[in-house]
Ligand binder design. Structure first.
Ligand code: GLN
Length: 447
C-alpha cells in the first residue's frame, strides 16, 4: 500500500521518507513464530507503526525533514522506538515532517509537503504531518509524532485522527532530535482513543537516559476508559471561543459539550486569562531553545559538510547556509536575538515569567474542573500554499495548542465531526499533569 499510494504521481501523500523493510519483516517473522508456538503476544504484536523522522531508529536515515542531516544514520534507537518494538510493533519506517519540527503545515520539509489524505489540496497540519497522514491514509495503525507547540494535536485535528500530547516528562525524549527541549514531547497518533491509550501505556514511564522523564507511577490508561464520565467537571475556557474561530468548528464543539452534559458531566465556564500571551511567549522561548539546540549542526559531526570552504568558520557558515531551510534560519535568528545580552531581560526572561503565569492559569482552573475542553484549531485544514508567505499567519494557527505546551499539561485531539466540505474537526481535551487517564476517558466519551 505504501509503495503503491504514498509516492504515486497525483496521489502522492508523501508521508514516508524512508522504509525499514528488513527490520519490519524480521519483527513480523518473530511475532509469527511466537504466535505459532501459542505464546502470549505482547500489547502491540504485529501492529504496523511509523516513526516521525525527528526520532532515531538505528541505521535508518534520520533527517528531521532537513537537508543538513542528509546521509546521517543514527547508531541507536530512541527509547520510544525501543519500547514500541519490544511491545511487538512492526516498524515501517520514517515519516515526513516540518524541518526540525518547525511548522504547522508540513510545508517546511526539505523533502516536499505531505498531502492531507482527507482532502488532497489541503495541508495535513504540522509539524508531524506525515505521522497524522500515515494513520489517516491507513498506511500505519499507529505512528509516533512530537509536539512542541501543537505538532501532534493540530495535525491530528486536520487529518481526522486521534493525537496525544502526554504530560511533559511522561514519555522519554531520548533519541529525539531536539527542537525546544523544555517543550518537546513524544506521543502517539491512532485511529481512536482506545488505541491511543494502548500505545501510550507502552510509551509512558521513567527512562534513565532522559533525566527529565518522570518516575511517577504510570497510570492504567486502558482501565481508565472503563469508567463512566458521569460527574466529571468539564471546564470551558471563554478565551478559546473568541474571534477567528470558524463557526462550523464552534458548532461542533458545542455539540460535544451538549453530549457531555447528557452523560451527566458538569459543564463549567472558566477563564484562562493569560491565553492571549501564549503565542508570543511560545515563539520567544521555542526559538531561543532552538537556536541553542541547532548549534550542534555545524558540518563536523552530522550529515552535510561543505567541501569547498578553506577555513573552519567558512565551512560552518556554508554548511549551515546550504543545510537549513528559510524557517529554520528565521528561528535561529529570532532565538539568538532573544537571548542576546541587552535583549535577554526584555524577551527571554519576560517570556519565562509569562510562562509561569500561563501555567498558573491552568493550575487554578484545575482546582475547579477535572478536564478542559475546547476547539483544537481555529480553522479546518487550510489549502497548500495558503499561508507559506506569511509566517505570522502560520504562527497564529497555533492559538489553541501552545498554552498547554508551555504549561506542561497533557492534551488530546479527538475527531468530532466534519465541516460541510467534509474537512475533519478536532476537539481538544486537556488534563492535569500526569492525569492522562481522565483526559482519555473524556476523549472516549466525545469520540
Ligand atoms: N507550529 C508550532 C511551531 O511551528 C509547533 C511545532 C511543534 O509542535 N513541533 O513551532
Amino acid at each position: 500500500r505504501i509503495a503503491a499510494d504514498d509516492g504515486n504521481e497525483g496521489k502522492a501523500i508523501n508521508s514516508f521518507l524512508a522504509l525499514s523493510k528488513d527490520r519490519a519483516l524480521a519483527q513480523a517473522a518473530k511475532i509469527d513464530a511466537l504466535a505459532a508456538k501459542g505464546k502470549e503476544l505482547p500489547a502491540l504484536a504485529g501492529v504496523p507503526v511509523g516513526i516521525k523522522d525527528v526520532l532515531t531508529m538505528q541505521g535508518a536515515p534520520a533527517t528531521a525533514g532537513s537537508l543538513i542531516l542528509k546521509g546521517y544514520l543514527p547508531p541507536y534507537d530512541a527509547t520510544a522506538v525501543t519500547k514500541l518494538e519490544a511491545a511487538g510493533a512492526v516498524l515501517l519506517g520514517k515519516l515526513n515532517c516540518d524541518e526540525f519540527a518547525m511548522g504547522s503545515s508540513n510545508e517546511n520539509s526539505a523533502y516536499g509537503p505531505v498531502l492531507n489524505p482527507r482532502a488532497l489540496d489541503r495541508v495535513p497540519g504540522g509539524s508531524s504531518g506525515g505521522s497524522a497522514a500515515a494513520v489517516a491514509a491507513g498506511f500505519a495503525v499507529a505512528t509516533l509524532g512530537t509536539d512542541t507547540g501543537g505538532s501532534i494535536r493540530q495535525p491530528a485535528a486536520f487529518c481526522g485522527v486521534v493525537g496525544v500530547l502526554p504530560t511533559y516528562g511522561r514519555v522519554s525524549r531520548y533519541g529525539l532530535i531536539a527542537f525546544a527541549s523544555s517543550l518537546d514531547r513524544v506521543g502517539p497518533f491512532t485511529n481512536n482513543v482506545k488505541d491511543a491509550a494502548t500505545v501510550l501505556q507502552v510509551l509512558a514511564g521513567r527512562d534513565v537516559m532522559d533525566e527529565t522523564s518522570s518516575d511517577r507511577p504510570v497510570g492504567d490508561y486502558i482501565g481508565a476508559l472503563q469508567k463512566p464520565v458521569e460527574g466529571l467537571r468539564i471546564g470551558v475556557p471563554k478565551e478559546y471561543f473568541g474571534e477567528g474561530l470558524d463557526p462550523e468548528i464552534r458548532a461542533a464543539i458545542e455539540r460535544v459539550l451538549d453530549g457531555l452534559k447528557e452523560e451527566k458531566c458538569v459543564i463549567k465556564p472558566i477563564s484562562l486569562p493569560h491565553t492571549k500571551y501564549a503565542i508570543p511567549t511560545y515563539y520567544v522561548l521555542a526559538t531561543a531553545e532552538a537556536s541553542s539546540n541547532l548549534s550542534r549542526f555545524d558540518g563536523v559531526r552530522f550529515g552535510l559538510r561543505d567541501a569547498e570552504a578553506k577555513t573552519l568558520s567558512a565551512m560552518y557558515r556554508k554548511t549551515r547556509d546550504a543545510g537549513f531551510g528559510p524557517e529554520v534560519k528565521r528561528r535561529i535568528l529570532l532565538g539568538t536575538y532573544g537571548l542576546s545580552a541587552g535583549y535577554y531581560d526584555a524577551y527571554y526572561k519576560k517570556a519565562q515569567q509569562v510562562r509561569a503565569l500561563l501555567t498558573r492559569d491552568f493550575l487554578t482552573a484545575f482546582n475547579e474542573v477535572d478536564v478542559i475542553v475546547g476547539p483544537m484549531t481555529p480553522t479546518p485544514a487550510f489549502k497548500l500554499g495558503e499561508k507559506t508567505d506569511d509566517p505570522v499567519a502560520m504562527y497564529l494557527a497555533d492559538i489553541y495548542s501552545v498554552a498547554a505546551s508551555l504549561a506542561g499539561i497533557c492534551g488530546v485531539s479527538v475527531p468530532c465531526g466534519e465541516t460541510k466540505d467534509g474537512l475533519p474537526i478536532g476537539v481538544q481535551v486537556m488534563g492535569r499533569h500526569f492525569d492522562e487517564g481522565t483526559m482519555l476517558r473524556v476523549g472516549l466519551a466525545v469520540e
